[in-house]
Write a protein that binds this ligand. Sequence first.
Ligand code: FMN
Length: 230
Amino acid sequence: MSSQWGDAILDVYEAVRSRRSVRGFTDRQVPREVLERVLSAAAWSPSGSNIQPWHIYVLTGEPLAELKKRAGKRVAAGEPWDEREYEMYPSALKPPYGERRSAFGKERYSALGIVREDWEARQRAAAANWDCFGAPVALFCYIDRDMGPPQWADVGMYLQTVMLLLRAEGLHSCPQMAWSVYRRTVAELLSPPDDLILFCGMSIGYEDVTENYVRTGRAPLDETVTFVGG
Ligand SMILES: Cc1cc2nc3c(=O)[nH]c(=O)nc-3n(C[C@H](O)[C@H](O)[C@H](O)COP(=O)(O)O)c2cc1C
């Protein structure tokens, strides 16, 4: 089957099921026309009053190599993170969120063979964020600092649309708030206008299938969904 977007068609359920945060990519390059096709289609994501509050930068090649180098230097030097422009999580994650977060940490680090107490190994694993897990493409998503929760939600819908479309192209991704703590280094390369906040990065590329991973679990349906009526 083909469409006006091209020949890459994947069942929506399959796209949703096969999307996961991939944290190991090969260095195989992603053709520019594939990225343009994905981002042109993702532009059809919904947003309140159609204001389309996302500002996207796509970094590849030499500028991405430079970003990874600069971020890597900061990691190696143990430089402090940039001051936050938004809080990633509430300061105390009440039940059930705290438990879900711990369960995720356990799943992620046990897949890497890292025990919880091994703080250094966990730091090393986290540092891979700033190498984009080896990916050849990084997408950075900014939002105007005037925007409120509904527009941040719009941006989330947009990003999920991008990630699903990437699956249709045989690509994988990992959304990364981690970049927000190195936002000044990102800004050195991108020079975004001052009125934008960096929400997150996203590593994009072809999966390195030799990397270990554990598929993250999900809460049972009745924990998060309430049907009212017939
Ligand atoms: C907005 C957002 C930011 C995220 N930031 C990071 C990150 O900085 N580093 C990382 O490794 N994963 C990050 N993730 C991935 C989540 O850990 C992941 O989506 C979650 O554990 C569910 O796993 P799955 O995506 O593999 O289904 C982020 C996800 C979202 C939606």
